[in-house]
Design a protein around this ligand. Structure first.
Ligand code: ADP
Ligand code: ZN
Length: 607
């Protein structure tokens, strides 16, 4: 979603703000200067004044309250704050000084001037902001009077055309969101048994993969209003504005309930507190975040639900408080589409375009790994433009070919685009992880799915599902985890005979498990059942540090050898699996079992 509103915070906002600040600063300067001029009119201390009087240097004194302005023998005028005791007047009289008293109310003191100037400046500022608001044309643009109003856009059910059928692929995400739709449609059904349904769902995925689209489709399916705002729209320079915008948004949403509130880029407000953003915006962000949490906690569990869908591609930076039960306790992944999804997305967007029969969408899907839904929509559009330029009757394969290059160039600047070699390497890498896991069945978590569709900075992912909620893990299980983590690198090494950087995060996983085994769980014969920490309670000696390092090294080395042994002995399977992955991109456990002829492992069931 793109931001729509203009006004104080967005279009031209920063420039206007700068002008306002400049005016303010100029006023301040003038005021301080004037004030200083008045105050510093050759200020003399009371003692200096008295000394001058005694020396007969003072000709004339004009007294205004505590301030005395006096003319010295050399006709210079000085100013002194005096004590007004009667003795002083006598002293002055004795020296023949001429004394006049001024009525303090007629002459303005410097502080009065200051006040007036400040008032004028304030007026100017308010007038300026007011004009600012008017020129924004009332299209939700904010000025000083409406700054606290939420800038959410509201869509009525009749305005929302999207349904789940508009979202191609993304079957897992849709399945998870079906619950939300059902709940919005018939809250009574859940209320009857006292079931509490999630009020916040986090949609996690790279831009362009359809998070906004999915959120709108949920509203479309549930036939309810849809409020849409971006996390960055909450934040203003003024502390407290974000919080009041949140309050306003939820007040509106409650009135329209049941409804959906969609917050794009939630990380703009939801970054974990104290996480290196630094700078002044923090207070404001924290207040806004707190208000959001308060609003979500305050949802009534009963009818008229408000469900908040929030989108981000940085779930890792979110504040833990956001993810607690009752808040965003559900997470739906919206990954890059795989081969089949890409074909479906292409078909959805090709519906309104005249395309030649010779164009095979399957082939185009195959040629666009790593494209997001938005990239694919863009591809179709670019191809149509190219064909139109040449006055063709229909869009041809050549147009797609050319359009793909165009989109790719734009894309390479933003995300990872894998070359064929890299894809191959990734396929072997992931196959390595998966196969080691499959070959160590008793001790490793069952495989769930393997994919070589890039996600974020990861080129591919091998997912496993824990069989049961684990409260303890055995040494063998931990070793199996290390081995399967190393399996990726081992497979690359076997197949290509060279080392690549893609295994960094695998090594981190392996190292951290091995260290924990040695330092926390007493699983090393050499170091025994003792807890070692680098700092604090169980600090250890330098000598021990050396032994820990050796022990970790030994565990990793042995695991690497073990993984290598497994893959060398099952080289054929590795090749078969990697080739299949190259072909299909995403494979579920059942397909892999079938492909490799391995007896499927029973999934953990409740009944
Ligand atoms: P995000 O919010 O994740 O950045 P959007 O929902 O804004 O992505 O998607 C941008 C556009 O990409 C959509 O408007 C749609 O045209 C297209 N698109 C993305 N994913 C899909 C999909 N699964 N099916 C159909 N179109 C999609
Ligand atoms: Zn890996």
């Amino acid at each position: 979603m793109k931001k729509k509103n203009s006004g104080f915070g967005s279009n031209g906002g920063p420039r206007n703000l700068l002008i306002a600040v400049a005016i303010g600063l100029a006023c301040l300067l003038v005021v301080t200067k004037l004030h200083h001029d008045i105050r510093s009119k050759s200020e003399k201390s009371f003692s200096q004044f008295l000394a001058a009087v005694d020396a007969g240097q003072v000709k004339q004194v004009e007294v205004d309250g505590p301030v005395a302005q006096w003319r010295a023998a050399d006709d210079q005028v000085y100013q002194t704050i005096t004590a007004t005791d009667p003795q002083m007047w006598e002293r002055l009289q004795q020296k023949g000084v001429e004394i006049t008293f001024k009525d303090g109310s007629t002459k303005m003191g410097s502080w009065q001037i200051l006040l007036i100037i400040m008032f004028v400046c304030g007026l100017a500022f308010v007038w300026y902001m007011f004009r600012q608001g008017k020129s924004a044309g009332g299209s939700g643009g904010s000025n000083i009077f409406t700054m606290g109003k939420s800038r959410a856009k509201m869509f009525l059910p009749s305005e929302i055309k999207e349904k789940f059928t508009s979202v191609a692929g993304a079957s897992e995400a849709k399945e998870e969101l079906l619950d939300v739709v059902d709940f919005l449609r018939t809250p009574e059904k859940y209320e009857r048994l006292g079931a509490k349904i999630t009020r916040g769902v986090l949609l996690v995925g790279e831009p362009g993969n359809g998070k906004t689209l999915l959120a709108r489709a949920v509203a479309g399916e549930a036939n309810c209003p849809f409020f849409s705002i971006s996390g960055s729209d909450f934040i203003e320079v003024f502390v407290g504005v974000g919080a009041s915008r949140v309050r306003d948004l939820f007040a509106q949403a409650r009135k329209a309930a049941p409804c959906i509130v969609f917050i794009d880029e939630i990380d703009a407000v939801g970054r974990s507190r104290g996480s290196g953003m630094g700078g002044g915006g923090n207070d404001e962000r924290e207040q806004t975040l707190n208000q959001l949490l308060t609003e979500m906690d305050g949802f009534e569990t009963s009818k008229d639900p408000v469900i908040v869908l929030a989108a981000t591609n940085r779930a890792d930076v979110l504040d833990k408080a956001l993810l607690r039960p009752g808040r965003f306790d559900r997470r739906v992944e919206v990954p890059y589409p795989d081969l089949i999804s890409r074909e479906e997305i292409l078909k959805v967007h090709a519906k309104n375009v005249k395309i030649s029969d010779t164009v095979d969408m399957k082939k185009i899907a195959r040629g666009t790994p790593g494209f997001s839904g938005a990239d694919l929509a863009n591809l179709i559009n670019e191809a149509a433009i190219l064909a139109s330029k040449e006055n063709k009757a229909k869009v041809t394969l050549e147009d797609f070919e050319e359009a793909r290059d165009k989109v790719l160039i734009g894309k390479e600047l933003r995300t990872i685009v894998l070359s064929e070699d890299e894809r191959k390497m990734t396929a072997y890498h992931e196959a390595g992880h998966a196969l080691v896991r499959l070959l160590l069945p008793e001790n490793s978590d069952p495989l769930h799915k393997v994919t070589i569709v890039p996600r974020g900075r990861a080129l591919g992912v091998t997912h496993s599902l824990p069989e049961r909620e684990k409260y303890s893990t055995t040494k063998e299980e931990m070793l199996a985890s290390i081995q399967s983590a190393l399996g990726g690198r081992v497979a690359e090494e076997l197949e290509f005979g060279k080392l690549a950087t893609g295994a960094y995060s695998d090594f981190k996983v392996a190292t951290s498990i091995a260290r924990n085994m040695v330092c926390h769980y007493g699983m090393s014969a050499d170091l025994g059942p003792i807890v070692y920490t680098q700092h604090g309670e169980f600090e250890h000696s330098e000598h021990t540090a050396q032994r820990i390092d050796n022990e970790v090294r030994r565990i990793i080395d042995e695991s690497y050898q073990k993984a290598k042994e497994l893959l060398v002995n099952n080289r054929v399977m590795l090749t078969v699996l990697a080739q299949a992955l190259l072909e299909k991109e995403t494979m579920y456990a059942s397909e892999i079992y079938e492909l490799l002829g391995i007896t499927p492992r029973e999934d953990f069931k409740l009944v």
